[in-house]
Design a protein around this ligand. Structure first.
Ligand code: GMT
Length: 383
């Protein structure tokens, strides 16, 4: 493959506001910008996908929902759609994000294509985290995950930590290439002052931001406890951009008496405007293969207080771009938060370092080039 050859790439992901879907959408968008044709395959159009882009295509997987079946199956129609798209658009590579059922469906698709004499591309599977740290502990699916990884032509993981977890949890023998996630900051379209005004906050507030899908792994109770420990400082506000159900935590908010210390915004799309209006990020995850929310926060020049879980220390430098703590160390988090709320100069310095780290190490330019080099290797490898 020559450097200038433009590829036809199949991109399979979950469409919802989840880390893996966001990464697949970002990657596809950057590849399209470089002139490659990117064919997204999913049950819904991925959130934030720009289908007006002439190089981006969306192919929807449809279900028939026969009453005969108690549990609707996605793997089968997904495999059929993969064959259809591979045949019609002559895909050079099929990149699936998340092992199950995407990598599994790709194996089935490959077999069907072979039977039918249809050329089928080599498959790259990207592991994102919960497919390994959560699902691979479940004996009812673990053998399928392991088989799908071993049988993919290429496998990537979004951090060294996830690669280690995969080998440890599944005893896989497959070579795994680590390609970290990346983020492309967006233009700020609403000024900091305006966002703050709309939130009822003046410039004197020290705004702590958290964005996530609110799943148990994010340890939202720790986040709330930290805020309850610093509530004596009435200027500290926690702004939560909830991409999932926050209501489950309302009884705890009430119990901790922090109703006035937090602001909840649900399903925000223009996260850049809110991060820009904040002062610091706060992330308390128990496990995190990477932590896209943290990288997003850093990209807009905000330092972060986070746990040292999983892949986070691979891009967050404690003492330089913010501070890292052990999972559950809420007292240390609270102490540092109070300290930083009184030291804007240090916050600005850490924020500048955070932006620099995100831009220099985790930009689209750097990471997309790694994916393209990996595609090249996988396309030319014999299956
Ligand atoms: O937990 C999430 O945020 C969703 C999950 C997913 O699979 O969509 O995210 C995983 O993949 C992201 C993108 O690679 C990573 O940034 C997250 O760290 C990872 N989540 C976990 O490992 C818990």
């Amino acid at each position: 493959m020559t450097k200038s050859k433009k590829l036809n790439i199949g991109m399979v992901c979950y469409p919802s506001v989840g880390g893996s879907g966001i990464v697949a959408t970002l990657l596809g968008t950057e590849l399209a910008r470089l002139g490659h044709k990117v064919h997204f395959i999913s049950y819904e159009e991925p959130f934030a996908l720009d289908t007006n882009n002439k190089n981006i295509f969306f192919h929807q997987v449809t279900f028939n929902g026969y009453e005969l079946f108690k549990y609707p199956d996605y793997t089968l129609p997904l495999a059929v759609k993969m064959v259809e798209v591979a045949k019609k658009y002559k895909l050079d590579i099929l990149h699936v994000h998340y092992a199950v059922p995407h990598a599994t469906a790709a194996l089935l698709a490959k077999d069907i294509a072979r039977e039918e004499g249809i050329p089928f591309p080599n498959v790259v599977t990207t592991l994102h985290g919960t497919d390994i740290t959560l699902l691979a502990r479940d004996k009812t699916v673990m053998p399928v995950i392991k088989y799908s990884i071993e049988s993919s032509c290429g496998v990537t993981a979004v951090s060294e930590s996830l690669k280690k977890d995969t080998v440890r949890n599944l005893k896989t023998k497959k070579d795994i290439e680590v390609i970290h996630n990346f983020y492309t900051p967006k233009e700020i379209s609403i000024k900091r002052d305006k966002i703050r005004k709309d939130l009822g906050l003046t410039d004197s507030y020290f705004v702590v931001i958290h964005l996530s899908n609110m799943r148990p792994v994010k340890r939202i109770p720790d986040l709330l406890e930290i805020i309850s420990k610093v509530k004596s400082n009435k200027n500290i506000k926690l702004l939560i951009l909830a991409g999932g159900d926050f209501d489950q935590y309302l009884p705890l908010v009430k119990k901790l008496k922090i109703e006035k210390n937090i602001i909840i915004k649900r399903n925000v799309r223009d996260i850049e405007n809110y991060i820009n209006a904040a002062d610091i990020g706060l992330y308390t995850s128990g496990e995190e293969s990477f932590g896209m929310g943290i990288l997003e926060t850093m990209s807009y020049g905000k330092p972060v207080l986070a746990t040292n879980a999983g892949g986070i220390p691979e891009f967050m430098q404690s003492g330089k771009t913010g501070f890292l703590f052990k999972v559950g160390e809420v007292d240390s988090f609270a102490k540092k938060l109070l300290e930083l709320s009184k030291n804007r100069e240090l916050v600005n310095k850490l924020g500048a370092n955070a932006r620099e780290r995100a831009v220099s190490g985790f930009s689209a330019e750097k990471i997309v080039a790694k994916y393209l080099a990996y595609y090249e290797k996988i396309i030319s490898s014999k299956e």
